[in-house]
Design a protein around this ligand. Structure first.
Ligand SMILES: [Zn+2]
Length: 217
């Protein structure tokens, strides 16, 4: 019986709140690309790579309206083998600047809440796949504690979700330590793959009851 945005401390700990990785923030703070863009443009045009550069520019944050963010997220959900676990996408201002999205396990409802901010297409795809990874976790292992033996193959919650995004094809494995809990190293991805392939079917504990066999991309 909790109001929309009011959680007890315990409930709050059950929320899987996803912050922007620090590396991402650092990258955004560096304004150097702005100053060299003009030079790059000229060089690229001379070299005939204008098309590639345009593609690069299009990946800057371009999804801004709540309805567009929701529609884009729903597209990614529709293309994911685990998208059926999401019951809805809600877009609203999450106020805390570092929080990009969350799903809750208290109680689990399958709703993905995304922060209202300009999103880059690739980043939003990756984020949605990350949240779907949490929903797989909730659906398979339910409300049991954060990391009892066997849950998520022993991976930490955020590593599991990051590796789910790798499995969905919207993220790469980390070659270097990103220095946050939001990592998926090659050995972690192997654990994710092995754990997922050992699951026969996933049943959704929220919304209309449904079970589906596990499919890996
Ligand atoms: Zn997460």
């Amino acid at each position: 019986m909790s109001d929309d945005n009011i959680f007890t401390d315990e409930e709050y700990r059950e929320l899987f709140v996803d912050v922007e990785p620090l590396t991402e923030q650092r990258r955004r703070r560096v304004p150097a690309w702005l100053s060299v863009l003009g030079v790059l443009l000229a060089v690229a045009m001379l070299a005939g790579y204008f098309g590639d550069l345009v593609t690069g520019i299009q990946t800057s944050p371009s999804i801004r309206e709540p309805a567009d963010i929701r529609a884009f997220a729903l597209d990614e959900i529709a293309s994911s083998p685990w998208g059926w676990l999401a019951s809805d996408v809600v877009v609203r201002d999450l106020e805390e600047p570092r929080v990009g999205a969350y799903v809750t396990n208290a109680p689990p409802d399958g709703i993905i809440t995304v922060d209202l901010r300009p999103w880059n297409e690739d980043r939003l795809d990756e984020l949605i796949d990350h949240e779907l990874g949490h929903l797989v976790d909730f659906a398979v292992w339910g409300l049991r504690g954060d990391s009892p033996e066997g849950r998520r193959g022993g991976l930490r919650s955020e590593a599991w979700a990051e590796c789910s995004a790798v499995g969905a094809g919207t993220r790469r494995v980390d070659q270097r330590d990103p220095d946050t809990e939001y990592h998926c190293f090659a050995n972690e991805f192997e654990v994710w793959e092995q754990t997922m392939s050992a699951i026969d079917e996933i049943c959704r504990p929220w919304g209309p009851p449904e079970c589906r066999p596990v499919t890996l991309n």
